[in-house]
Design a protein around this ligand. Sequence first.
Ligand SMILES: NC(=O)c1ccc[n+]([C@@H]2O[C@H](COP(=O)([O-])OP(=O)(O)OC[C@H]3O[C@@H](n4cnc5c(N)ncnc54)[C@H](OP(=O)(O)O)[C@@H]3O)[C@@H](O)[C@H]2O)c1
Length: 323
Amino acid sequence: MNNQYTGWTLKKYGRAQRLALNTYQHHPLKDTEILIKIEYSGVNSADIALRKGKKLIVRLFNGLFYPKKITRTGVDFSGRIISVGHKVKKYNQGDWVFGLRDNDFSTNSQYLYVDANCLMAKIPIGVSPETACAGSFGGINALFFINLLPKLENRSKILVTNAQGSVGNAVFQILNAMEHDVIAGIRTGHESSFKSQFPNVLSMPENDLRNLGSDTLDVIIDCGGRRINFGLIKALKSKGYLVTTSFGFSTMIFKYITEIFSDKKIISRVAGYYKEDLECIAEYICSGTYDPQVDSIFPYEDLIAAHKYIDNFGKFGSVVIKS
Ligand SMILES: NC(=O)c1ccc[n+]([C@@H]2O[C@H](COP(=O)([O-])OP(=O)(O)OC[C@H]3O[C@@H](n4cnc5c(N)ncnc54)[C@H](OP(=O)(O)O)[C@@H]3O)[C@@H](O)[C@H]2O)c1
């Protein structure tokens, strides 16, 4: 094995061209460390938000003028274990694994050094590393947001907005498999992809969601990550819940106003990720409950092209990078 490997880095916020390849040195494994040869890694909403640095919250967290804390890219990965430290019991050389590096964004790389206790699980037999990678970010976020809901009645009427995105698509598929009465809100341009994948599901363009009427839905899971629309609140039944992936000052104001003037609840959180949820996602993928949608695959060298593709054309499901 060569003594060096490469990984993508982000030294300045802005356009995709700001991304650059950097060289790293291999090092001797610590006792609880694992070395993984990355096979696939993702480009998802967290990477795009970090690269653009448009939101104040990103800059407050990662440096006002240039990225300081997180300077590499890639949250999700799948790959094969090359070697394990002496004290590692749970994993062996040759195991196929997938997981997330939400603390240091370092998966758009040829190799990855992780601690054995990190957010990682074995890929079940029969699941491809490409599918495992494509399902990890959307799947783990979907479980987090679904688990914020109280216990649902059978056949609850649920709207999932942005069901073409990674998180929205996973939320939609998991709730649909639980046999709830799910409506998928789809952003313009992605309707035909959605219809061809899920022909029997009631879907509607995002722009038509305001025509849902009043008091028709038990739950809304809003996966757009943007300002909540008042029309959605109107569509909720009394005591209904809206869970949103958006988080920030305007969402909090919206939540307090809604909860003062109605009996409807809004839940907004920054997602937390758990190993059990990742293992649950592996089972869901294996059983067919969740079939991660791969929009496109770019070669490792073309990470900039993958970012530009998402900036210009959007995506249906996930974009993955093949190392
Ligand atoms: N609270 C948290 O901790 C947390 C965790 C994960 C994700 N999120 C947020 O949840 C959202 C979804 O995440 P994701 O990974 O599923 O992202 P994604 O795969 O990029 O999907 C987001 C979807 O939103 C659509 N969109 C873009 N601009 C829009 C607009 N102005 N109005 C309506 N829809 C728009 C995009 O459509 P186009 O492709 O056509 O642009 C895209 O399909 C993101 O905003 C993300 O920041 C929050």
